[in-house]
Design a protein around this ligand. Structure first.
Ligand code: TRP
Length: 334
């Protein structure tokens, strides 16, 4: 039987992925390439929904792709590609735009959050239709599952609604995808403000652990992470959010269950514990950083790998779009 298909996307909006991206998305993607027919996409079309610098976008798209490959995505086992290399994303997005109600799009909470930052009227129409482009990404590949963070649930619901609407109006065309949400994804928080999510847009540099940063800096940030009053290394979201976050990080990176870690550090205070968390982070990130640097040093090779991905993705996308064009009533080109 054919493997179920997954598709996911990540924005090239930073010079490095951070720990939240790594645990919440990238590492999960690497595992899923073994059991799914997996498509992973650097979503540069989404990245221009807010003001951007062209040279920076180009660099960050390569950095994002290189980190995905460096983290273990294998072009022999999955398809890694850049969204803008497959023009069908924008084409299907247009069709779906025309099936989406203004009110429906206006209910997307992420747009409300993101546009509030710039002032609602300064936000682009592209930012408003961002979730519809995301729906196109997913439906184009007939994905069965979409590995994402819990904050993407509403976008997945919209994707299913739009797929279903198209199917009802124009005939069965799209697979309706299920979200694939991991618990720990929701839980990595800012080292300086452990009640807030670790996030590129809202965390301070001291609150974020970047995959590509130097081991010395990573160690410093962990050692300076906000811990809580008391000395016990115990998981307790309400009273010890800082320690709990570090426990989650160490547990996720080393595979050791939290109760086992609690027992290990009983009576030892925070110092030893934090040192070990720092080492776990450095050990996880160093090989990825080194491989990323190697890939970025050979741009031609990186671009060749991305062209292979674009070819495979394009073949699927063209197939879906041919059906969509026909169903929607576009005239075939002679
Ligand atoms: N909106 C997603 C995020 O911020 C990124 C994304 C774009 C995506 N297209 C996608 C995720 C398609 C899954 C599938 O995380």
């Amino acid at each position: 039987m054919a493997r179920p298909r997954v598709l996911s996307g990540i924005q090239p909006t930073a010079d490095s992925f951070h720990l939240g991206n790594y645990l919440g998305a990238v590492r999960q993607w690497v595992t899923m390439q073994e059991t799914y027919d997996a498509f992973y996409c650097v979503v540069d079309l989404h990245a221009i929904t807010v003001p951007h610098d062209p040279a920076e976008l180009r660099r960050r798209s390569r950095v994002a792709a290189a980190q995905l490959l460096a983290a273990g995505l294998d072009p022999e086992r999955c398809t890694v590609f850049v969204q803008s290399h497959v023009p069908e994303h924008a084409e299907l997005a247009w069709v779906l735009n025309c099936l989406t109600g203004m009110g429906e799009a206006g209910r997307m909470t992420q747009f409300k959050d993101k546009s509030a930052k710039q002032g609602e009227s300064a936000a682009s129409v592209g930012l408003f239709t961002y979730p519809i482009l995301q729906a196109a990404d997913i439906l184009l590949y007939q994905a069965d599952r979409v590995p994402v963070g819990a904050d993407q649930k509403q976008h997945l619901e919209l994707t299913r609604d739009l797929g279903q609407r198209f199917n009802h109006r124009f005939g069965e065309t799209f697979t309706l995808p299920q979200p694939h949400i991991l618990k720990e994804v929701e839980k990595i928080t800012d080292l300086q403000d452990p009640t807030a999510k670790m996030s590129k847009s809202s965390s301070s540099p001291q609150g974020i652990l970047d995959v590509l940063e130097a081991p010395g800096t990573l160690r410093k940030k962990v050692m300076r992470a906000v811990t809580d009053t008391g000395t016990d290394v115990l998981a307790d979201d309400d009273n010890k959010p800082g320690v709990t976050n570090l426990l989650r990080i160490q547990s996720a990176l080393t595979g050791t269950p939290i109760p086992e870690l609690e027992a290990r550090y009983a009576g030892q205070g925070y110092g030893t514990f934090k040192k070990d968390v720092a080492e776990a982070v450095v050990e996880a990130f160093s090989p990825i950083r080194e491989r990323t640097e190697k890939l970025l040093a050979n741009e031609a090779e990186l671009d060749r790998l991305l062209a292979i991905g674009a070819e495979r993705a394009g073949a699927v996308a063209r197939g879906t779009m041919a059906t969509v064009r026909d169903r929607i009533g576009f005239l075939p080109r002679a």
